[in-house]
Design a protein around this ligand. Structure first.
Ligand SMILES: Cc1cc2nc3c(=O)[nH]c(=O)nc-3n(C[C@H](O)[C@H](O)[C@H](O)COP(=O)(O)O)c2cc1C
Length: 207
C-alpha cells in the first residue's frame, strides 16, 4: 500500500506537502507502521494517473506503508550505508545564534532544546539535512533557512530541499504542540547576514 498525495503548484507547495506527509508518516509510525519517503525512486506518472492527478497538480513524493520485516534486506542496508542514513549533523553545524558564524549554545535553549533535537532527527532526501536554524539571542525567535548544494554531484538533491524543510518544520511545530510551547510562524525578511548558499524560508516567533 502507498500514501500518495497531489498538490497544486503555488508558493510554498513543497514545504506544505513535506509538512503534511510527514505528519501522516509520524501518525503511521505511532501505529507501528513502516514508511519510507520516496521522492526520486518511484514511477511518478503511474501514481499521478492512479490518483487522477489534475494538470495543475503534482505528486512531489509518496511513501509505501505497511508492516516491516524484523531485519533489513541487503539492498536496503547498502543504500542506508551509501547515504549515511543513520547519522545526523552535530548540533553546532545546524543551529546558530544571531550570526551564522556562532553556534547556538544548547544550554540557552531551555524547553526549545527538544524541538531542535526533533529538527535534527528529521529525514531528508539523501540525508542531506539542508536545514539551518538561527535563533535571536534572548528571544524565542527561530529563523529557518535551507542550504543549497553548489556541488554539481549533489545538485539532484536540491529539488527536494523545500520538501525537507517542510518536514523539519513539521517536527518543530508538532513537538511545540506536544510540549505546550506557543508561537506563530511568520514569513519575514530578517536582517541577518546570510551566506550565499543559504535561503530564508520562515520564522517561528515564540511567545
Ligand atoms: C523528500 C525525501 C525524498 C526521499 N526520496 C527517497 C528515494 O527516492 N529513495 C529512497 O530510497 N529514499 C528516499 N528518501 C529517504 C532518505 O534517504 C532517508 O530519509 C534518509 O537517508 C534518512 O534515513 P531515515 O529516514 O531512515 O532516518 C527520501 C527522503 C525524503 C525526506
Amino acid at each position: 500500500e502507498f500514501i500518495v498525495g497531489a498538490i497544486e503548484k503555488s508558493d510554498y507547495y513543497k514545504e506544505n506537502y513535506g509538512y503534511i506527509l510527514e505528519a501522516i508518516i509520524l501518525a503511521a509510525t505511532d501505529l507501528n507502521l513502516g514508511t519510507c519517503w520516496l521522492g526520486g525512486t518511484f514511477n511518478r506518472s503511474l501514481f499521478s494517473t492512479k490518483i487522477n492527478c489534475q494538470k495543475n497538480e503534482i505528486v512531489p513524493a509518496i511513501t509505501p506503508i505497511g508492516y516491516t520485516p524484523e531485519t533489513r534486506r541487503t539492498k536496503e542496508k547498502a543504500i542506508r550505508v551509501f547515504v549515511k542514513a543513520d547519522s545526523r549533523f552535530p548540533w553546532s553545524k545546524i543551529f546558530f545564534e544571531n550570526t551564522f558564524s556562532t553556534a547556538l549554545p544548547r544550554e540557552t535553549t531551555g524547553r526549545y532544546e527538544t524541538l531542535l533535537e526533533m529538527v535534527q532527527l528529521a529525514p531528508s532526501a539523501g540525508n542531506k539535512q539542508p536545514w539551518r536554524v538561527l535563533k535571536e539571542k534572548d528571544y524565542n525567535n527561530y529563523h529557518f533557512y535551507v542550504k543549497f548544494s553548489q556541488n554539481s554531484k549533489l545538485n539532484a538533491y536540491n529539488a527536494f530541499i523545500n520538501i525537507d524543510i517542510g518536514i523539519a518544520i513539521c517536527h518543530f511545530d508538532l513537538t511545540a504542540k506536544e510540549v505546550g510551547i506557543e508561537g506563530t510562524w511568520k514569513i519575514l525578511s530578517p536582517d541577518i547576514d546570510t551566506p550565499e548558499e543559504l535561503k530564508y524560508i520562515t520564522s517561528w516567533i515564540g511567545q
